[in-house]
Design a binder for this molecule. Sequence first.
Ligand SMILES: Nc1ncnc2c1ncn2[C@@H]1O[C@H](COP(=O)(O)OP(=O)(O)O)[C@@H](O)[C@H]1O
Ligand SMILES: [Mg+2]
Length: 240
Amino acid sequence: MEDALVRSVVLKRDGIDDLEAYPFSIPAIRQLDELRLDPHVTLFAGENGSGKSTLVEAIAVAAGFNAEGGSRNVTVSTRPSHSVLHQHLRLVRGTRRPRTGYFLRAESFFNVATYLEDIPESVAWYGGRLHEKSHGESFISLVTNRFGPNGLYILDEPEAALSLRGNLALIRRMHDLVADGSQFIISTHSPILLGYPGATIYVLSDAGIVETRYEDTEVVELTRSFLDDRDQFLRHLFAD
Ligand SMILES: Nc1ncnc2c1ncn2[C@@H]1O[C@H](COP(=O)(O)OP(=O)(O)O)[C@@H](O)[C@H]1O
Ligand SMILES: [Mg+2]
């Protein structure tokens, strides 16, 4: 298997002022030691508030991306407060260097889209003006037109913009990009994205960051039992 662009993430504990304050107040972050990243696709799952965004954002900033999202050339700043976690992370890099990359925060994608519309070349890169497309369409054209080989791609809940077909289009495109040497680090609640073949899945919870098989993730178990017997599932849900 080829070498990862980023092999692992290490939390440097010296110099942390306050383990009780954000971001170290998050159990999964406080317990972080060294986390191996998959050379192809690493997926972070876990409940709302478990620390996924905090972690992927810190990895992105440590890798040289703007906290707001975008490529490494994009400097938009509408979000003042990203955590200090990146200052305490060391990325263990592989022998290959990323040729390109992108950090996508689904929640601030539109800020970046607005910024890019002021750059004439970007209209061609993204396959047309982003704001004239739906959120999901612009995301798919970004991934199709702008993402390329040997890139480091960090995506925070990309499914927020996407239909089910959009999820499928994303994993289809990821498959080509991975074959061309790209590496993905993604936080997600999507059972489709979690199903990327051979990906490493980590679940964040009070127990820390635990590698978990696809079938054993809560989102897959719940989705499966909902689809298997919706009536029974809903009877239990409403009986509580
Ligand atoms: N800037 C911040 N300052 C203080 N607490 C924060 C900040 N951002 C997030 N948190 C808290 O950290 C926890 C993890 O948040 P987050 O990383 O966004 O989780 P997830 O992406 O898994 O939903 C939450 O309890 C959230 O309220
Ligand atoms: Mg989040």
